[in-house]
Ligand binder design. Structure first.
Ligand code: ADP
Length: 447
């Protein structure tokens, strides 16, 4: 700690007082400590030459009072074990004594009146509001005392500064007027500050309470979410078995007793088997959705290029049959991701881009990756059938489908899976599209 820091820490400790930042008295004490901190070095400007010239001009009493004032400020600043209120009173008293001495020895044109007003202003700032008018009354008493002193010729005015009582009253009444004016105005400032502080504290308290209940609610939502995910996982896992039984027994029924059944019964069995298969796909997709985030796998640094190549291999048959072309015209980065999840996400988006193609043209898919401040933005743009604007939200919901099974088969879970994966990577996913004019799915991934 350097010397200035030590100096300010000491004075803050002695004069700053204990305090609660929420209370205006804390700021008053702070101001007092600040006054003393700066007064000491600054008073050298006035007092050192003052003392020097007093000594060479033979004004020894004035020099003595100057020295005593500096000593008193040093005492206020550094002497341990003095109560803060007493420190303030010592400070105010010495300033007043100095002002009076200056008045007596230098007369009206000297700095005496100025120091009296400064003392009054400092007191207003550092003493509690209930003492607001005290300094003004002290000044009034001093002025009356001087008026009487001049009248009775008790004050040893220097010859060159002789003042008459009326002259003194004319000048000192201005000082009294200013002191009372300040006493009336300064507390308004402090009251305003106190009100602002109180309001701020109330707001902070309300905010703290709200934050508490918000955290509680969030915890509850998280808990319910976990329970729901657990339920979806167990339900979809356990539903698979009876469903498998239904479809396999339907198959056995058809094989064993097929020749004894009429055409209608065959149609019914086919419907039941079809429904069972569809339900099986839905259940396994649901299971996949609820599995996201449940495994203990860690994120790994993976090349997006590698992931896309893998997905292209998996979709080779579909790409070949539909003459789809996948164009990548940006440099693909390394991403820190859950590898399995990321390939599922890209696969879902690419397979949708091919599945929802226009019948009359070959699908062309444009894949791009852009670097943002903390994110990577990855977009998959197709020239397919597009999506109506008011359905943008619906398609990310579970089972949110826009077409019948006959036109475009599917379970309606693919995009819900994508959304969950993207959110697990700290990003978000959105779509931009016009019906009949292709769609662009964009998602962000935390870097
Ligand atoms: P699924 O593909 O099994 O229907 P998804 O959750 O993947 O389920 O998609 C939900 C719906 O969003 C789809 O049924 C389709 O209507 C719409 N959709 C998804 N991708 C596209 C796309 N690339 N072009 C047009 N529509 C799309």
């Amino acid at each position: 700690m350097n010397a200035w820091n030590k100096y300010t820490a000491r004075i803050n400790h002695n004069c700053g007082g204990p305090g609660n930042v929420k209370d205006i008295d804390h700021w008053r004490n702070n101001l007092f400590a600040g006054t003393i901190i700066y007064l000491l070095p600054f008073c050298l400007i006035a007092l050192v030459p003052g003392i020097y010239f007093c000594l060479i001009t033979g004004q020894y009493i004035l020099a003595l009072v100057d020295i005593l004032t500096v000593v008193s400020i040093l005492m206020v600043a550094f002497m341990p074990g003095i109560n803060l209120g007493v420190r303030k009173i010592i400070f105010f008293s010495f300033l007043t004594v100095l002002s009076c001495t200056l008045l007596i020895y230098l007369g009206l044109p000297g700095p005496g009146l100025l120091y009296l007003l400064a003392g009054c202003t400092f007191s207003l700032l550092i003493f509690p509001i209930k003492y607001t008018y005290w300094p003004a009354w002290v000044i009034t008493c001093i002025c009356i005392f001087f008026a009487a002193g001049i009248f009775l010729d008790l004050i040893p005015w220097p010859q060159r500064n002789l003042q008459s009582t009326p002259e003194w009253i004319a000048v000192s009444s201005n000082l009294i007027f200013l002191s009372f004016l300040l006493a009336a105005l300064v507390p308004r400032l402090f009251n305003g500050l106190q009100e602002t502080l109180d309001k701020e504290n109330q707001l902070k308290e309300a905010l703290r309470k709200q934050q508490g209940s918000l955290e509680q609610a969030l915890h509850l939502v998280q808990q319910k979410n976990d329970e729901l995910e657990q339920f979806a996982y167990v339900a979809s896992h356990d539903l698979q078995e009876p469903l498998r039984m239904v479809t396999s027994f339907m198959g056995m029924l058809k094989n064993r007793y097929g020749d004894q059944l009429d055409e209608k019964a065959h149609t019914y069995i086919n419907f039941a088997v079809d429904g069972g298969k569809r339900m099986q796909i839905m259940i396994s997709d649901l299971l996949e959705l609820s599995r996201i985030g449940r495994s203990d796998t860690l994120k790994e640094l993976t090349s997006l290029d590698d992931i896309i190549k893998e997905v292209e291999q998996d979709l080779f048959k579909l790409i070949d049959e539909t003459h789809a072309s996948i164009i990548i015209n940006t440099r693909l980065p390394q991403l820190s991701v859950y590898r399995g999840d990321m390939s599922r996400l890209i696969q879902n988006l690419l397979s949708n881009a091919i599945k929802f193609r226009k019948k009359e043209i070959d699908p062309v898919i444009l894949l791009s990756c852009t670097e943002q401040k903390d994110m990577w933005l990855i977009c998959v743009e197709d020239n397919g059938i597009g999506i109506e604007k008011d359905k943008f939200d619906k398609i990310f919901e579970i089972f949110g489908r826009l077409h019948s099974q006959n036109t475009y088969p599917g379970s309606g879970i693919g995009l819900a899976v994508c959304k969950k994966i993207v959110e697990r990577h700290g990003g978000n996913i959105r779509v931009d599209s016009q019906e009949g004019n292709g769609s662009t799915f964009c998602f962000t991934i935390e870097k």
